[in-house]
Design a protein around this ligand. Structure first.
Ligand code: CP
Ligand code: NVA
Length: 308
């Protein structure tokens, strides 16, 4: 086993631009190879531990199926039925898992928890969503854009909705990394954190005008109005975000072959109308399915490189 420091994927820019692009290419190849019935065992006998502090359908099923498709295994440790729920420190859990499994994926309330875990880990650590970022979702979103429209370099993407959320932060990071233009259309009260805006200033424009932000763009993206953990603020968020619903009028402003993405789960007729999410420009099912293949490419990049 390698003694060198492991590579983690806590944020999009933990990968270089060329690594990110290679990963997308690999993901597209892995998808074709799986669909053609090829058996691949690049992670044979390897184990991924998954820790979920919050609910998940896509992330859990895609990581678990992904490990199986590569010949390995995934195990789920929820705080409710592991010693984490009884107060075992996150760093101790990390050190123990480093001795037993080959990779760890965490979905946590606080991004700090993943960073604390990664700091002492001797195995690769993957961010499966935190309050700050959702980088695995961006791998699948970018794979999907490449599949339907080709390279995203120079394209224009509009984020519609709360700007201060994990998904929007991840789009801001990726705009800089992959060199596309990002409009963030959001209420002033929910503007992205300065940390992200400053870092990616040349690639991101902020506006409160959703209609102007959607004109001639290549991709429109949104997310639920209240993220997990924000349930108490639902009424206030609904009030602020109601003018930012993605509907047919907004889609009609975008370029003719623009696509619509949503990380899911979605609330129809809140952040997006049923006519859009279930309509011809929506690529949300392909996007969800690509979680599987993009994460297999990520696991191979992080785990198999450690074993040669
Ligand atoms: N998009 C996404 O991460 O979905 P889950 O919450 O179901 O994992
Ligand atoms: N912003 C959402 C994404 C869910 C995948 C949340 O954090 O709940």
């Amino acid at each position: 086993m390698s003694n060198s420091k492991p590579r983690h994927f806590l944020a999009e820019d933990d990968l270089s631009q060329s690594e990110f692009l290679t990963l997308i290419k690999n993901a597209i190849e892995l998808k074709a190879s799986w669909k053609s019935g090829e058996i691949r065992e690049s992670l044979r006998n390897r184990t991924l531990a998954m820790i979920f502090e919050k609910a998940s359908t896509r992330t859990r099923s895609s990581f678990e199926a992904g490990m199986v498709q590569l010949g390995g295994h995934a195990l789920n440790l929820s705080p409710a039925d592991s010693q984490l729920g009884r107060g075992e420190p996150i760093e101790d859990t990390s050190r123990v898992l480093s001795e037993i499994v080959d990779c760890a994926m965490l979905r946590t309330h606080s991004h700090d928890t993943i960073e604390q875990f990664a700091r002492v880990s001797s195995i690769p650590v993957i961010n499966g969503l935190s309050d700050k970022l959702h980088p695995c979702q961006l791998l699948a979103d970018m794979q999907t854009f490449f599949e339907v429209r080709g390279s995203i370099e120079g394209a224009t993407v509009t984020w519609v909705g709360a700007g201060n959320t994990n998904m929007c932060n991840s789009f801001i990071n990726t705009a800089k990394l992959l060199n596309f233009n990002l409009n963030v259309a959001c209420p002033t009260e929910l503007a992205p954190d300065a940390e992200f805006m400053n870092k990616c200033a040349g690639h991101t424009q902020l506006t409160t005008d959703a209609r102007a932000a959607c004109e001639n763009v290549d991709l429109i993206v949104t997310d639920v109005w209240a993220s997990m953990g924000q349930e108490d603020d639902t009424a206030q968020l609904t009030k602020l975000l109601s003018p930012y619903q993605v509907n047919d009028d907004l889609m009609a402003l975008a370029s003719k072959d623009a696509v619509f993405m949503h990380c899911l789960p979605a609330h129809r007729n809140e952040e997006v109308t049923a006519s859009v999410i279930d309509g011809p420009q929506s690529v949300v099912w392909q996007e969800a399915g690509n979680r599987l293949h993009a994460q297999k490419a990520l696991l191979e990049m992080l785990v198999s490189s450690r074993f040669g």
